[in-house]
Design a protein around this ligand. Structure first.
Ligand code: NCD
Ligand code: ZN
Length: 335
């Protein structure tokens, strides 16, 4: 059995920088492009930083046809600064992090009131807003508690394109249905695992991420929305590599490294549920329609020949462990 996808896109990807970028970028190059997250140290806050980062990404890709859709780390900006962002080649949108909520987000927003004027301008100028939607509450309730903020944003800025990044709850799927100006990304792991897989037995550091995986009913709601071809739900891997020593540590960094297995696992998931016809929209069509993207044409064929996932990826002095490390997956990318 084979499945061919046109211009697959990863709408939420961490490629990191330096030697880690050299390792990770080629592992996403079966995608036609990806929205690149700005949470470097220091975060990517200016057009110049963004241009330089895009250039480093291109160099790491070594000629592979892959479009980095660059995001800037949201800070309160005036119209001139927003205009400068829009006119910078490769710019996609702003990523808003509540301060301190996840990896390298200390410079994020601590008081939403201070962001409102910028959000109004973004609405007028047609700039997408991507949001890490978690409160600082109890870890299992953080996304649910943030839904009132999404509700406020969707109501106060009806023309602002707001993406709820990496949603993990049934409640977020319900909210998506309520507001046409909301869209959402969902990761591979949140379609597949629950908190039980992370912490129900021996603790699995390589499955630990923010937002944390939730309950079976949440996973089911996310999966059904994806398999039923929800028109405003997109694939965003949130593939978030950390050095092995930072994951297998006392104090484990948050992030699951899924880039090398994302396409084979999605092919398996959608075909086993009889929804192969819905994968194209999820992996590319919805994003292209919602954001007016026109990625360079790139076809990727998946086949039901097994893939042996390496125990770890090692190069440039870096070492990272992927999801399903050492396992055999039923689908692979046809070369
Ligand atoms: C991400 C990272 O490591 O940059 N971690 C994660 O657990 N998802 C940040 C993020 O997207 O929250
Ligand atoms: Zn992320």
């Amino acid at each position: 059995m084979e499945l061919t996808l046109d211009s697959p896109l990863d709408m939420h990807l961490h490629l990191r920088d330096g030697d880690m970028l050299k390792l990770t970028a080629p592992l996403s190059s079966d995608f036609a492009g990806a929205v690149i997250m700005p949470n470097l140290v220091p975060p990517v806050t200016t057009p110049d930083m963004m241009l330089a980062y895009a250039e480093r990404i291109r160099a790491a890709l070594d000629g592979a046809a892959f479009t980095p859709y660059m995001s800037l780390f949201f800070t309160a900006l005036d119209e001139k600064a927003l205009q400068a962002a829009i006119s910078t080649p490769g710019f996609f949108g702003f990523k808003l992090y509540p301060a301190g909520i996840t990896t390298n987000s200390e410079g994020g927003v601590s008081n939403l009131a201070e962001a409102e004027r910028t959000l109004k301008l973004m609405e007028e100028m047609g700039i997408p807003l991507l949001v890490h939607g978690e409160s600082h509450g109890f870890v299992m309730d953080r996304e649910q508690e943030f839904l009132s903020v999404y509700r406020h944003l969707a109501t106060a800025y009806p023309k602002l394109r707001i993406s709820m990044e990496h949603i993990t709850t049934a409640a977020a799927v319900e909210l998506l249905d309520e507001f046409p100006n909301l869209c959402a990304t969902v990761t591979l792991q949140h379609l597949l695992i629950t908190l039980d897989d992370v912490a129900g037995g021996m603790l699995q550091p390589h499955l630990f991420c923010k937002p944390i995986a939730k309950r079976p009913a949440d996973r089911e709601a996310l999966l059904q929305a994806a398999l039923n071809g929800h028109p405003r739900l997109m694939f965003g891997s949130d593939s978030a590599p950390h050095p092995r020593c930072k994951k297998e540590a006392c104090g484990c960094a948050a992030g699951v490294f899924t880039a090398p297995v994302a396409l084979p696992k999605l092919a398996e998931l959608f075909t086993t549920h009889g929804a192969a016809d819905k994968l194209q929209g999820f992996i590319s069509g919805n994003a292209c329609r919602l954001y007016g993207l026109k990625p360079a044409s790139k076809q990727v064929t998946l086949c039901d020949t097994p893939m042996q996932v390496p125990a770890r990826y090692r190069s440039y002095g870096q070492e990272v462990v992927p999801m399903y490390a050492g396992q055999t997956l039923p689908w692979s990318i046809k070369n």
